[in-house]
Design a protein around this ligand. Sequence first.
Ligand code: DX5
Ligand code: ZN
Length: 224
Amino acid sequence: MVEVLPSILSADFARLGEEIARVEKAGVSMLHVDVMDGHFVPNLTLGPPVVQSIRKITRLTLDVHLMITDPDRYAPIFIEAGAGMVSVHQEVCPHLDRTLRMIQSEGALAGVVLNPSTPVSTLDEVLDVADYVLIMSVNPGFGGQRFLPNSLKKVRELDARRRSLRRHLPIEIDGGVGLDNIGEIARAGVDWVVAGSSVFRSADPESAVKNLQQAAREATALSA
Ligand code: DX5
Ligand code: ZN
């Protein structure tokens, strides 16, 4: 079943606890946390102390998306702070196999992320190591951007690869997801859908999550 992961990037950071409680009520199990360093992407967000504070106020699994140039240095610190899942960008990991295994040995699920311009084939040699793959459907750095349709081609390609490997490898997508496209995204084979502005910029984040979940469920039920 497709799961929606609210991204707190578009939440009101002054009321973060309340915002998280609202999406928790919608029945999600994971929360997406965007970490940006102002180098790998042209924006800055938050660091380990914020993850540590979030860890104390929710039972949700924290999916920390590292948009930083040195994930080897910081991944263990985010895991220590409470991240249960950590994803790193292929583009900044010359020793990707080692980085993924390091994240696992530190006690978190290890994800690998592809920018829109990075082909799926770059992951061929780590598909048996990674715990999940995140396909960026916008160029990372900001919430509220338009979904890039080419990402669905990449999802289908990865779906075919994991089937041929007979590997359980969840596919996550991030950026520009809303009610208008979640059906198509779910049908392409995505398991985990990150949603930022379509959840937290809506008047009622709890209903927004439920509506997204329902649209994904209906789309996959129809194609089944
Ligand atoms: C963008 C971040 C996303 C962001 C998505 O670089 O990685 O997680 O929150 O936001 P929306 O859903 O608004 O595109
Ligand atoms: Zn993200």
